[in-house]
Write a protein that binds this ligand. Structure first.
Ligand SMILES: [Zn+2]
Ligand SMILES: [Zn+2]
Length: 118
């Protein structure tokens, strides 16, 4: 099924590298954000719990042609929103080979033999 790109572009369901189904959409008018969110729908409260500074949640509006992600604006978004929410996808697939910061292995401090820790 092909659909000409229209002014109203909803979310696309795509398969991520990690195998999960995610929703992708450009959200926003002026500064559109390329959003990749988990397709699993959560309640607004559950999504808010998972929200982090770099992990946003999105309000899912149902349209006849599919889900449409909307920015959760704290001022305009009701805290008791009844729409499903989704949260930014955190990919578990092996990332593009990047050099990990050298980290020293830390050995657990050995407990001297014969000493019981109470
Ligand atoms: Zn909402
Ligand atoms: Zn992924």
């Amino acid at each position: 099924m092909t659909r000409p790109p229209s002014s109203s572009s909803g979310a696309r369901r795509v398969r991520c590298r990690c195998g999960r189904t995610v929703l992708r959409q450009l959200v926003g008018n002026r500064a559109a954000l390329d959003v990749t969110a988990d397709a699993d729908e959560l309640t607004a409260a559950a999504a808010a719990m998972l929200r982090e500074p770099n992990r946003l949640d999105w309000c899912v509006r149902r349209r006849k042609d599919g889900p449409d992600l909307a920015w959760v604006d704290r001022r305009n978004h009701p805290a008791d929103c009844l729409r499903p929410h989704v949260i930014d996808h955190q990919c578990t697939a092996p990332a593009v080979p990047a050099r990990l910061p050298a980290r020293r292995k830390r050995k657990p401090t050995p407990v001297p033999a014969g000493q019981l820790s109470l």
